[in-house]
Design a protein. Structure first.
Length: 222
């Protein structure tokens, strides 16, 4: 995949790998930006009838991001760890326990979209945002429409999903006032026997500029 700015310029290459060991799946997604920035996320989950997060480690660093992120979630224990570096270059590690919901989906929302039934009803999942040591929010996921996309010369049907962050209450009001309200993410999922995420448009980690990541060779029918 490649990532593009809102102006359409390629700003990063995207690498994806997946490994299966016993009943656990580990996904690794890395955005390597042309300015040297990195968005690196590794997620392990189980899929025994239902999807359950095991752990998620998300790193963002470099000039593309307003501030670096190094955030780890251990779902089984509820231990959340943030690593920050002060102006003197000293690393500070802070860990705390958070009661996490069973439907926490950090790092594998795309996987869920590959597995929902056709014409699914809107549903919600949990997300732990890497702010102030970790804040639980809900994501409302809704199918929007079907659209035809072109991939390497083939016309394929895709379902478009909207992922809407629900901050709730006073947090939402403050976020809007400060201009920190995360924007909705749009995801195009190819239909068929081998579904795939073709395009993702949204902010990386819920903040910063909007980025479009798409499979190489993807375009939309006019």
């Amino acid at each position: 995949m490649v990532a593009r700015s809102e102006a359409g310029q390629i700003i990063a290459n995207v690498e994806f790998s997946q490994a299966v060991q016993s009943d656990q799946v580990t996904m690794h997604v890395i955005y390597r930006f042309v300015d040297g920035s990195i968005d690196d996320e590794e997620t392990t989950y189980t899929q025994q009838g239902t999807f359950r997060l095991v752990r998620n480690h998300h790193i963002q660093k470099g000039p593309f991001f307003s501030k670096p992120v190094d955030f780890t979630v251990e779902a089984a224990t509820g231990i959340v760890t943030s690593r920050t570096i002060d102006k003197n270059g000293k690393m500070h590690v802070e860990s705390k326990h958070i009661k996490l919901p069973d439907d926490l989906a950090n790092g594998f929302v795309g996987t869920l979209l590959l597995n929902v039934p056709h014409n699914t009803a809107p549903f919600r999942v949990g997300m732990l945002a890497p702010v102030v040591g970790g804040r639980l929010i809900r994501l409302l996921i809704s199918p929007e429409e079907e659209q035809t996309v072109q991939l390497s010369g083939r016309s394929l049907k895709a379902t478009v999903f909207r992922v809407h962050p629900e901050l709730g209450g006073i947090v939402s009001m403050i976020a809007r006032l400060l201009g920190f309200q995360p924007k909705d993410v749009m995801v195009w999922v190819l239909e068929g026997e081998e579904p795939a995420v073709a395009v993702v448009v949204g902010q990386l980690g819920g903040s910063g500029p909007v980025v479009s990541a798409d499979l190489v060779g993807t375009s939309f029918d006019k």
